[in-house]
Design a protein around this ligand. Sequence first.
Ligand SMILES: Nc1ncnc2c1ncn2[C@@H]1O[C@H](COP(=O)(O)OP(=O)(O)OP(=O)(O)O)[C@@H](O)[C@H]1O
Ligand SMILES: [Mg+2]
Length: 327
Amino acid sequence: MTGGKPKVVVLGGIYVDMAIRCEDFPDSAELVPGSEFSHIPTGSGINQAIQAALCGCQVTLVGKVGNDPFGQMAIDNLRDFGINCDFIFEAEAKNTGVTLSFVNSAGSNRTVVSEGANRALTPSDISGAKFEELISNANICLVNGKLPPDFVSAAIRAAKLSNKKVILDPALPGGEFQHQSVSLPPDYYTADILVPNFVEAAEIINPQNHNIHNAKLIGADLIARGVGCAVIKLGRRGALVIDKAGADHIPSFEVKFVDRTGCGDAFDGALAASCAVGSAKGCLTADEIRKAVKFASAAGALACSKFGSQESLPKKEEIIELLQDLP
Ligand SMILES: Nc1ncnc2c1ncn2[C@@H]1O[C@H](COP(=O)(O)OP(=O)(O)OP(=O)(O)O)[C@@H](O)[C@H]1O
Ligand SMILES: [Mg+2]
């Protein structure tokens, strides 16, 4: 990088989240009155891109929307944060990704998701000279593994060809142990930094061995499979960094917990922003990665201290202030 802001390219999901409050959930064929209705752009791509922009980076989001008002709503929202939307493609005959939720008076929700255009991303979307130029000017590429696997693999290969660092969040479906082995496509193991949460890391390596005390061993297995560095997110227990330099635990920051929505995205976006600063200097050292994970943990903690997803993403100044609380 020759001066200017660090450049981050995010490849991730784009959705509009719609929620309606009601006293009780409707039974089959029942119509119940609702109260407040809210709609807000969300998804890994939107939230992580906004988080990296809030951390002072020049951000481009690569993703896909439908030819409908929701796609435009998402793009307008990203532009408010100064995010480059030139690589948000439009799918033919697909809707923009949406989630529809009912939230009852107890705060529980029932949600349905339509992936829509997010599932229509293909390697050909990023095969041209324009994308090559985008990647060759970037300092970090942050990829979300929930996008179609052939698209994710093509993005990783393009970044590697340009000698760019890749951070990959495998973002496996679920959240609870499925007790099933997940096999990642080979390109995923070429990521410089893989950021699974503990459930995902265990499912990739050995779902029978999901004791948290084995997290370091699981991380070491990811390194043996080719990943440059594994950053395993452990919720309020913090994060583990495992690479050839060793294994280090980065404790979480104490905050008043409100809601964990968006905290993984805050972590990933802030990690990419901080690593982009290191990459811009020429090389990303093991020390810089550990510093970046501390920065990301502060962002994750702050996102847990506020309600909502996009609304809870912290600004760089708030992250720096929390980091100063460290002994
Ligand atoms: N209760 C908490 N208190 C403080 N920090 C937290 C808390 N929960 C999460 N964090 C921070 O945020 C990071 C990311 O959170 P988490 O481990 O829940 O990621 P995730 O499972 O990928 O989240 P998501 O489900 O949003 O994708 C953690 O590694 C930690 O640093
Ligand atoms: Mg996650």
